[in-house]
Each structure stands twice: as structure tokens, then as C-alpha cells.
Design a binder for this molecule. Structure first.
Ligand code: AMP
Length: 599
């Protein structure tokens, strides 16, 4: 018997849970479901994402609502479109064996008329992000006078994103006697205030320790000099050949640049941030969910609500400005009872922040050392050997070629075959890491700056700050633009777009590099200012087009981009780790525009 039935759930719901593979309740489900099933009290649940919160409130809701009545009875508010869709989808799965259940997901960035149409057809459960919900209420398109339950999911995130006013306005349209269930990963004063203002004597439940990260997450930190950060990051990725990770950066520009530098070095990565259109974000997320992307480079806001299981590593390329965000970041791994690793890369000056985070999450970090080149090579070698051992052999197909294969190897001993097979992939790593330095910084906190300056030498001028080889050819400036192949641009259409908007002739445009969600192009340096000026107010399908200087360099670099980009995992050809330097991120180009408006 499925243990869910012991919590008081009816058999058609328990059957659905069995069908979708929920064999036993998680801790929060076990503790919250019996309380919520009574339907008689307000509720505050302190739980991280990934603990099974959705079922903890969703299953009792399905028990308590009257589906013979086709009017709004429950409203679930959550911070992001991704989470909204996820919750609506989960509820549909849980109620797959119940008749006449109508659930509508209401969120920004999608057609409002479709959502209005669904509401008009009749709905009992509305799952919504606050902005779009308020819009629909403003159009008097929904009547919440019969709402009996309101769920505020990821309440701390909603407040972080500035939805406090919207939530107040939405709740004021619901009856006073409704029950409110609030879920939050953390309990800052603002969330306490909501609980106090909107709830009467709520039943409180904490899963794990308050403000504590998931106990299945191991936290590691590495101290590296600023200019070595990118190389150190790549070593961490390389020593984890099966990594499926989310890499957090602080700004949209940093996110974009890291993704671009990784792609150029042959990694399977892409960027997710608020400058992308909804369609672009959906494409990137789909690739990540399908695992055709191995590394997702994201800003905090863009990654909110991402619910992808099996994320092995969260990497804080830069620490978040708000320590609370560290918990949200690391909560993207170790979901649904799995284990995960959260990594922080810190400069010597930032090392003290680790103690601060430890106090907030109530857990100690493990101080780790950046692996040496030899260690990475060894790990990669054995990963290759494991792949050779576990590859599925199609006996039928291979048999017909065996005689010829054996003939080709006739002068090879068994040892030779093994050596050659392993070297096929391994040589790339050997070459790449040949003579690699120790990247661990042994500096004590506060001495980072001097060392950074004195160590930089001429490395900084050899490449850009990620040690990339890319740069403009002599006399040209290289420019980043936030449009790419996902916007259906190819080199020809991009050239037309640039010339039309910048009012320049195609003759002054150099190489155009089309990427997924962004691109680079070169223009003759004396035209660059005109291009930037004329692009100030250009938009593409309602989205502002953003140009940025992209690491100009005196003198040419020969072949740019086209070389290593072909490489993907298993086919890499990377720029040497030792070329180019990584400069501190305190540079002028730091950007901290709010992404809120775009959601
Ligand atoms: P949530 O915290 O609700 O976002 O859930 C996190 C993940 O755990 C989701 O992918 C759920 O489908 C999964 N999950 C939730 N409860 C259970 C359960 N009792 N058994 C197995 N998986 C679960």
C-alpha cells in the first residue's frame, strides 16, 4: 500500500501518486498534509525548494475543493513563470484521476487573451505570478469572492522581487475568511510581517533548521586570485566530467561573458538572463532540461523557480550580493532527496564572506584546493576509460567490420591499442594542461590587491579577461549584441540589420560571429562610435537591442572564434589556460540594472 493513503488522502489521488512514482511522502508532505487537510487553519511552512512543497499544499487543496462547482476556490501565487507552470503541471498530474478539475496558469510573457479565455471557460484553481494576476483582476475578468484558500509559494522570493504591493492588492480581492498557506525558504522580517498581517494564529512548520540549506548539499569553497578565477573554474568543471551544473554570476554582462568564453573554449554552455526574450529563455531552458546543455550560466533572477532535477553542481562564480541568495542558488541542486555540491569561488579579499554564509546557512564549508593539471588529466583519462568500458556494443553491426578492424590493427599489440584509444581524447587534456600552474591563492584576506597587480604582468594584454583568444582584427572594434541565431539571425541578416540601423555601409563591417542568444561583429574602429550612437534606441520585436564593446585589442589575433567553437565536449580544442589573464571584476563594465521589470 502506498504510504500516502495513511495521510488521509483519497484513493484516486493516491493512485495518481503511485502512477507518477511518488512512493512515499517527503518530510514536509508527511507533516503538512494532515494539518492542511483539516482546512481549518492558516499555515506557515518553512522549507527549501525541492523538498516536495508543491504536493504538500497541492494534495490537501485537491481534497478540500468542490469540483462540482466551477468557480475560483483556490489561488496560488508564486514568483516566476517557470514555477507557475511547474505548479499547475504538478496539480494536473496529481488530479489526473479526478473529474472536472480546472486549473489555469496565469503568468506574464505569454498571451493574456488565451489566459482570459481559459478563465472564462471556468476554473477552480488559479496558479499565478502577481503582476499578471493583478492585470487580470484590473480587467474585472475574474471573481475571487468564492476563494477559500490562498497559497503564497516562495514568499521570500516574491518579496525579493518587489511583489509586496501586488500581493496586498490581490489579497484584498479575496474574502476575509479564506485560509492562507504561506511557504518560504527563509523567514526575513518582511515575510514575518505578511504572516502577521494576513494570518490568524497560523500553524507553523519548519522542515530542517530555519534558514538552513538542504542537508544533502555539500558546500565547498576555493580561494583564487581574481585573474585566475576563470581558469580555476574550468579546472573544477574538467575534474567533474559528468557535471550538470548551474553557474551563477552577479550581472547580466558577467553571465553573458562567461557563457561566451566557455563556448569559445569548447564547453557545452549557454547564458540565461533577463536581457533575453521569453522565447530565448524558453529555448535555453529546454536545452538545459533536455540535457543538451551541460552548463547553464545564469543570473539570480533568471534562475529563480528553475526546477530541474539532477543538477549535480551549483557554482557561485561570483558570490551573490545578498547572502540569502546563496541559499536560493544552492537549493537548485540536491532536489528530491538527491545529493549535490555547491561551490563558491572567492578571491582572498572575499574569503571572510564564507564565514558569514556559514552562519546564515548553519553549515560549514569545506575548503578545497583547485586541482592540479595532472589531477584533471588523470580524472579525464579514467572517465574516458569508463566510457570505453560501458559503451554499448552493437554486436550485429560491428561484426561485419571486425575483420577489417583487426587487419588495421594487426601491427599493434594489445597495449598499443589501449594506449592509442585512450590518447585519442586524453591528448587534448594533456596538451591543455601541460605545465599548468597551481591556481590556489595562499594569500591571506586583504592582501589580494597588491598580488593581483604585481602578478598581472603582460598577461592582461594577451587576451581578454577570460583568457580568450578572441579580439578584433587590427583597425576594427569588436562589438557584442544581444541577438543571435535563436532570433533567426544568420550572418547575412545580421549584416543587414547592423547596416540599416547604424546607417553604415557593409564595407566597414568585419567578421560577424553569430552565437545562440547573442553575437559579435566587427566594425572599423572609427565607425564604432557612430554604431553605438545609432543603436541607442533600436529595438527588435519589442526588446531593446544592447551593444557592448567586446574586448578590443591592438593588432590582429589571426583566426578568431571559428577554431575552438567547433569543439564540444569530446571534441575540444581549447585556448591554452596560460594565455591571457583574468582581470578583476571590479572593472567599469559592471552593470546592476534591475531585471524585475522583465518578468
Ligand atoms: P517541489 O519542492 O514540490 O518543487 O518538488 C521537488 C521535486 O521532487 C519535484 O520534481 C517533485 O516531482 C519531486 N517530488 C516531490 N514529492 C515527491 C515524493 N514524495 N516522491 C518522489 N518525488 C517527489
Amino acid at each position: 500500500m502506498n504510504p500516502f493513503s495513511q495521510l488521509g488522502l483519497r484513493h484516486d489521488i493516491v493512485n495518481a501518486l503511485t502512477e507518477i512514482g511518488f512512493e512515499k511522502p517527503t518530510q514536509i508532505q508527511e507533516q503538512a498534509i494532515p494539518v492542511l487537510l483539516s482546512g481549518s487553519s492558516d499555515f506557515v511552512g518553512l522549507a527549501q525548494t525541492g523538498t516536495g512543497k508543491t504536493a504538500a499544499f497541492g494534495l490537501p487543496l485537491l481534497e478540500l475543493l468542490d469540483f462540482s462547482e466551477n468557480s475560483p476556490q483556490a489561488l496560488i501565487l508564486c514568483p516566476t513563470r517557470e514555477l507557475c507552470l511547474q505548479i499547475a503541471n504538478d496539480l494536473k498530474n496529481f488530479s489526473r484521476n479526478i473529474n472536472d478539475v480546472n486549473i489555469v496558469a496565469v503568468y506574464g510573457g505569454a498571451s493574456i487573451s488565451d489566459q482570459l479565455r481559459q478563465i472564462r471557460r471556468g476554473v477552480q484553481i488559479v496558479v499565478a505570478t502577481p503582476g499578471r494576476m493583478l492585470d487580470i483582476i484590473g480587467r474585472k475578468a475574474i471573481d475571487f469572492s468564492g476563494v477559500r484558500y490562498v497559497v503564497l509559494d516562495e514568499a521570500d522570493e516574491m518579496l525579493n522581487m518587489g511583489f509586496q504591493e501586488d500581493i496586498n492588492d490581490i489579497l484584498s480581492t479575496t474574502p476575509d475568511e479564506k485560509k492562507t498557506w504561506l511557504f518560504s525558504a527563509t523567514m526575513p522580517a518582511e515575510v514575518r510581517r505578511i504572516a502577521k498581517n494576513y494570518m490568524t494564529d497560523p500553524h507553523e512548520l519548519t522542515v530542517g533548521t530555519k534558514n538552513t540549506g538542504n542537508s544533502n548539499i555539500e558546500h565547498h569553497y576555493y580561494v583564487v586570485r581574481p585573474r585566475d578565477k576563470f581558469a580555476a573554474f574550468k579546472r573544477i568543471v574538467d575534474i567533474n566530467p559528468d557535471i550538470f551544473g548551474i553557474v551563477f554570476c552577479r550581472t547580466k554582462i558577467e553571465t553573458q561573458e562567461i557563457a561566451e568564453a566557455l563556448i569559445k573554449d569548447g564547453y557545452n554552455a549557454d547564458a540565461l538572463h533577463g536581457d533575453l526574450s521569453q522565447q530565448q529563455r524558453d529555448k535555453v531552458m529546454k536545452r538545459y532540461r533536455d540535457r543538451s546543455l551541460q552548463l547553464l550560466i545564469a543570473t539570480d533572477v533568471a534562475a529563480r523557480g528553475i526546477d530541474v532535477n539532477d543538477v549535480t553542481h551549483v557554482i557561485n562564480f561570483s558570490l551573490p550580493d545578498e547572502i540569502e541568495n546563496y541559499t536560493h542558488r544552492s537549493g537548485r541542486t540536491a532536489r528530491a532527496g538527491k545529493k549535490g555540491i555547491s561551490i563558491a569561488l572567492v578571491t582572498p579579499k572575499e574569503a571572510g564572506k564564507i564565514r558569514h554564509i556559514e552562519r546564515v546557512i548553519g553549515k560549514e564549508f569545506i575548503k578545497s584546493t583547485i586541482p592540479t593539471g595532472i589531477e584533471v588529466c588523470e580524472k579525464q583519462l579514467f572517465s574516458i576509460i569508463d566510457k570505453v568500458k560501458s559503451v554499448e556494443v552493437n554486436e550485429e553491426q560491428i561484426n561485419q567490420f571486425l575483420p577489417k578492424i583487426e587487419e588495421a590493427f594487426q601491427d599493434f599489440s594489445k597495449e598499443d591499442v589501449i594506449k592509442h584509444l585512450a590518447s585519442l581524447e586524453f591528448n587534448r587534456f594533456l596538451n591543455y594542461y601541460n605545465g599548468a600552474q597551481d591556481l590556489n591563492s595562499n594569500e591571506s584576506e586583504g592582501r589580494g590587491r597588491d598580488r593581483d597587480r604585481s602578478d598581472r604582468g603582460d598577461r592582461g594584454s594577451r587576451g581578454d579577461r577570460y583568457g580568450r583568444e578572441g579580439g578584433a582584427q587590427a583597425g576594427f572594434s569588436r562589438i557584442f549584441v544581444n541577438l543571435g541565431s535563436v532570433d533567426n539571425f544568420d550572418r547575412g541578416s545580421m549584416l543587414g540589420f547592423i547596416c540599416d540601423n547604424a546607417q553604415i555601409s557593409g564595407k566597414v563591417v568585419g567578421k560577424i560571429d553569430i552565437k545562440g542568444v547573442f553575437s559579435f561583429f566587427e566594425v572599423e574602429s572609427d565607425m564604432a562610435e557612430k554604431v553605438f550612437n545609432n543603436f541607442k534606441d533600436v529595438d527588435f520585436k519589442g526588446r531593446q537591442v544592447r551593444l557592448e564593446p567586446a574586448g578590443d585589442r591592438e593588432g590582429g589575433s589571426g583566426d578568431r572564434g571559428g577554431r575552438s567553437r567547433e569543439g564540444r565536449r569530446g571534441g575540444r580544442e581549447r585556448a591554452s589556460e596560460h594565455q591571457g589573464g583574468f582581470r578583476d571584476f571590479s572593472g567599469k563594465r559592471r552593470e546592476r540594472r534591475s531585471e524585475k521589470k522583465r518578468w
